[in-house]
Design a protein around this ligand. Structure first.
Ligand code: ADP
Ligand code: ZN
Length: 632
């Protein structure tokens, strides 16, 4: 074998991929793999997992086998690699016979560096005997959480992957995933038979995502406004039901936004069509159920809107994670109404007891997130047990909005807590509220609770206000909620509150006391005045916290950017690849700003490697020159 001069990862990063610096942990993971150690990399979506094996693939001897469950993603990754001048192929059920034969010939000829394969095709002998002709030095298991029953996308075929270990004993293994709790991590290492793997845990923070929660009022009108104010930005709207996806997609289309609906009930050709049109920028907005997105590798999704409440913080985080994988600022808006919680919990009705409780608990955390006035980012990081400094993140609605209108609910809180105490700390919030409101329900009478001193003393809040206060008291530790039966008991802070050590102040709108709520809350609002509601300097106007997206530059730069985009789209369509495969947005923005005039200057820019420079350089320089009037 000819000994090749080993290329350095840093050099490959620039010459092949056109990047100057590493994302967090990339370098460490690559070094670990190159040192021959099995590794497990947990990086957030957009963290740059692909490079962690694509670069080693160009350094090590032998091929790199990448197991991925996502057929569409494989195709795009392979297009992107080819555009960067790297020989890669994918093998899955979507290939026709001719394509497959062609690929097999290239693999046999030893031309291929990376082979992407779906897990199910690895159980057949045909693919394996092909791979035998070019044995892998590196085996990558992408989306590795699929191996675990504890993960959210369990795929039984993943369980058989460890058999590859016996067939290719010399290969190093790298497992990658964006979501893994400790339990799932242990499962991945165990099921794949990783040998004392080096584990790399990336942070969950995505500082380029601007996060906000808006009240769900006039959803359709506001969604249209949101999308129309972002012409030529790609976005995804997530909905809880198929019907809503079609309804909103139709409304967007009627307003002139290129949009498509996507849900599991559509024929698979239609789903593929929508997905490809989105990836190729032929449609800009996909209105989807959660079924959309897992197989998508589009780095320039600029915004995510949740039209309905996600079922868990994990789901929510995964879905907003599809925005801004290229690191540029992106907006994530969740439209929330308390009614969504009830709606969503109905879907769990048929589940066996234990699963239903788990599902409800996940939904509870999602609701707490939506209702909280804390920094959204801090809440997400808390959820994933990641440390953070509790500082103002400057990019979520709660950090940006300043102090909210507050209400001193010390007396109401004491009433609620003492009612919990007097009913024996054995009931859930709904019953306690019945007692406070003086409802003579069957349960109230059965337990004789109409005789309690707290019966009917709570008319200052409505039912939903009391329930919101109860949740708040639980989140501040005044109430303890039994996870199994949802019964409430008192925590230590409750006794401090009885002793009147500190006032209990909450955001006024949390319990329906905000002065902005007109009409149906009349009674609560009067009570609010009696309760000493305070007004803060600013109150959220409905659309205020939609954050303006950053502009590419001044007017002319923006025009130039659009011309460059148009060129990119033409090249991409001719080659039958997604536009970002030609160059990501960021490259075009840098071109529009710095206006390079030579290949040397162009190659300095983000995302411009040798292969792309050779292939597309002159075309883009042409547009840049004519824009600056040089060849006029
Ligand atoms: P994920 O971890 O979600 O799989 P990807 O590997 O798809 O992330 O990377 C997301 C985007 O970031 C891609 O467009 C990729 O080319 C880009 N990227 C990866 N590493 C770097 C880097 N070191 N510098 C700049 N861009 C990078
Ligand atoms: Zn914040």
């Amino acid at each position: 074998m000819i000994s090749m001069p080993t290329r350095l990862p840093q050099e490959i990063l620039k010459t092949v991929f056109g990047y100057d610096s590493w994302r967090p942990l990339q370098r460490e993971i690559i070094d670990s793999v190159l040192s021959g150690r099995d590794s497990l990399a947990v990086l957030p979506t957009g963290g740059g997992k692909s490079l962690c094996y694509q670069i080693p693939a160009l350094v090590i001897e032998g091929t790199t086998l990448v197991v991925s469950p996502l057929i569409a993603l494989m195709r795009d990754q392979v297009s992107a690699l080819k555009a960067a001048g790297v020989d890669a192929v994918f093998i899955n059920s979507s290939l026709d016979l001719d394509e497959r034969r062609g690929i097999e010939m290239r693999v046999r000829a030893g031309e291929v560096k990376l082979i992407y394969a779906a897990p199910e095709s690895l159980s057949g002998d045909r693919l394996l005997s092909l791979i035998d002709t070019a044995p892998p030095g590196l085996i990558v298991v992408d989306e590795a959480h699929c191996v675990s029953e504890w993960g959210h996308d369990f795929r039984p075929e993943y369980r058989t992957l460890s058999a590859l270990r016996g067939r290719y004993p010399r290969a190093v293994w790298l497992a990658t995933t964006a979501t893994a709790t400790e339990r799932v991590r242990a499962d991945i290492a165990g099921s794949l038979g990783l040998r004392e793997p080096a584990v790399f845990l990336g942070g969950f923070d995505r500082p380029n995502l601007r996060i906000s929660v808006e009240r769900k009022l006039e959803l359709k009108r506001r969604l249209l406004r949101f999308a129309l104010s972002r012409p030529d930005q790609s976005g995804i709207v997530y909905c809880g039901s198929r019907r809503r996806t079609e309804d909103l997609a139709a409304a967007l289309t009627a307003a002139g936004v290129k949009a498509g609906a996507y849900h599991a009930g559509l024929p698979s050709e239609e789903r593929t069509r929508v997905q490809e049109a989105f990836v190729r920028d032929d449609i800009l907005v996909v209105v989807a159920t959660v079924a959309f997105g897992m197989g998508i590798d589009k780095p320039d999704v600029r915004w995510i809107v949740h039209a309905d409440l996600p079922k868990s913080v994990e789901n929510y985080y995964q879905e907003i994670g599809r925005a801004g994988r290229d690191g540029l600022p992106s907006d994530c808006v969740l439209f929330y109404s308390a009614g969504d919680v009830v709606q969503a919990s109905r879907l769990f009705g048929d589940l066996p007891d234990e699963q239903r409780r788990a599902a409800l608990a996940r939904l509870d955390s999602m609701r707490d997130y939506a209702e909280s006035d804390r920094c959204r980012r801090a809440m997400i990081l808390d959820h994933f047990s990641e440390a953070h400094g509790d500082r103002n993140c400057g990019a979520c609605d709660n950090c940006l909005s300043g102090p909210r209108e507050t209400a001193d609910l010390s007396v109401a809180a004491q009433k609620f807590l003492s009612c919990v105490k007097r009913t024996g700390e054995r009931f859930g919030a709904a019953h306690v509220v019945d007692v406070l409101l003086g409802e003579r329900t069957e349960k109230v009478e059965r337990f004789g609770h109409e005789a309690l001193s707290t019966f009917g003393i709570g008319l200052e809040l409505g039912r939903s206000g009391w329930l919101a206060l109860a949740r708040r008291l639980a989140s501040t530790g005044h109430l303890l909620r039994d996870p199994e039966h949802s019964t409430l008991s008192l925590g230590r802070p409750a006794y401090e509150l009885f002793a009147s050590k500190s006032p209990y102040v909450v955001p006024a709108d949390l319990v329906g006391l905000s002065s902005g709520d007109a009409g149906d809350r009349g009674r609560d609002d009067d009570a609010g005045r009696a309760l000493g509601r305070k007004r803060s300097r600013r109150r959220a106007a409905p659309e205020r916290s939609f954050i303006r997206s950053s502009e590419a530059g001044g007017g002319t730069d923006e025009e130039l950017f659009m011309s460059l985009r148009a060129l990119r789209k033409r090249i991409a369509d001719e080659a039958g690849v997604p536009p970002y495969v030609v160059f990501p947005d960021r490259t075009l923005k840098e071109m529009a700003l710095s206006k390079p005039t030579s290949e040397a200057e162009l190659s300095e820019l983000y995302g411009v490697g040798r292969a792309k420079l050779a292939r597309y350089g002159q075309d883009f320089l042409g547009v840049l020159r004519s824009a600056s009037g040089l060849d006029a």
